[in-house]
Design a protein around this ligand. Sequence first.
Ligand code: F6R
Length: 640
Amino acid sequence: MKIVDHKKIAFTKAGKFEETRYEKIHNVIFNNSNEASVLVAEEIATLIREKEGKGEFCVLGLATGSSPIKVYEELVRMHKEEGLSFSNVITFNLDEYYPMEKSDIQSYYYFMHEHLFNHIDILPENINIPNGKVSSEDLYQYCIDYEMKIKAVGGLDFQLLGIGRTGHIGFNEPGSHYNSGTRNITLDHITRVDAAPAFLGIDNVPRKAITMGIGTVMAAKRIVLLAWGGNKAEIVKRTIEGEVTAEVPATYLQNHDNTSFLLDEAASSELTRVKTPWIVTACAWNDELKLKAVVWLSELTKKPILKLTDKDYNDNGMSGLLTEEGTAYNLNIKMFNKLQHTITGWPGGKPGADDTNRPERAHIPKKRVIIFSPHPDDDVISMGGTFDRLVEQGHEVHIAYQTSGNIAVSDDEAIKFAEIVQNLNPDCTTSKEIIDFLKSKKENAIDSKEVRKLKGLIRRAESYGATRYLGVPDAYVHFLDLPFYETGTIKKNNLSQDDIDIMCALIEDIKPHQIYAAGDLADPHGTHKVCLDALFEALKILKPKSFMDDCWVWLYRGAWHEWESYQIEMAVPMSPDQVLRKRHAIFYHQSQKDGVMFQGDDSREFWVRVEDRNRLTANKYNELGLAEYAAIEAFKRYYF
Ligand code: F6R
């Protein structure tokens, strides 16, 4: 597809775009989603002003969800600070759940007003959002009227889109027809799973929605689709590189000649030009890319690294690399050693050993360590084995639970504990209030302060169970209860200085030689990302202090996914006994067992998932030709 539009060129200049034979939709990769969102807001603002200059209305198609939030924030800023007026703007939202009250905090009506409409000068009569309360008898005609209304104002000048993991745009789920118009649809199971956290459980997610059709969207003069985070990587690849198919409705956009996809690095990571650039074009090889390519080749040919031949390299687009390295033999040995050197049973460094080729320093034999855990359980789930070794090897290990994790405790669990307190002390008014509150609680209602406190205490007690089991004194267990999390709902506050101050104070107090943190970016708006940002901000502030010269930061990944083999810089193997100890430590987090509230689309319990994942990492290492271990925990170093 040729780039003809100047707006596409503007995006292309700001981010990375390369036309390859694999890609069928113009797409630009940005370092981060904020940068891209600001550019989208600028494009929208320019369009609004152009139209205003001509005395015309500007008709915008708008999306909800996490992807466009920053675009709306920027438009609001432009309105407030730069006088951008929306008085000539007419908007049509893509969709709304059905049935759904406007006042419901999960409604797209509520979302749009909270993020945009309440803060700008758009005329209320120019706002169109499908009405989730239309009666079922009137629904058919209502949808036709919505469609006609868009046509009557001259069609959509600009359509903003997100993409669901099913490949939906709007709520056009797999199976949607190319010519479909606005209509009532049934949501895909995966879409409902993704929406479950916002509804406090999948059972509360509506089964239906009203959505503009594919035909409606395709008629827009300009389309910009936003996709952020690793969760979207797979579907982004299928949409941009796959065949046009009703199974992935977003692929229809391949037939729209003025569409741009804006991606962040994580969302672009499965694109062929990103994942395996050597089969697309000549590469500028650095060590990480070499390892990535060699690991990929080994997996592709199902051969351990040391058995790869010149022919394997040449046949798979890597002849350039071979020329650079001389022979397959040289390259194989180099890459094999690199991987081999990531393996250590001494995550805190091996005292007295030559550490030239070890991931951690041998000096400072007793290190002070902080393990930051976003929720009270990520520590043992993600790095229970390494945690155990660090304690056993005599390091001073502190655990810092960044959030209280209170919203993930079920009401039943809270009632159980409140009843115990009540039975112990029948005069206790707090436990009585909690029981009364929970027994009469309405669906989706926000918990009272006391209930949240109790739920947080339950998670604290469970955490102590696990940390004591692993031999950590209570004084080394820190509950930070970062304020951004304490909203009582899934939607969290933005990170504030208070959060960062709390992080800084702890680091400054302990002066650690090692920090472990969750580097889990699957969900760019999730709690793990905010917790990581809080750490990064704290590191920036503390960097000038001399104790920070000795501090190394290692990132682990949460329960959802793992580092790729080529990214791993420290691999800590576990024996079968250690796997069992880790399992046991996870079991202390009882409120998160047997069907946690925010399960995602993986129905396995955390301990099962993580055991599988640690086994898989070990298998991958073994298949690359390294020693065979029962399980491996993986870390990547963060340089600040
Ligand atoms: C929202 C909509 C959906 C979302 C998509 C991605 O109005 O129509 O198609 O754009 O589900 O949602 P997020 O951005 O939350 O990942």
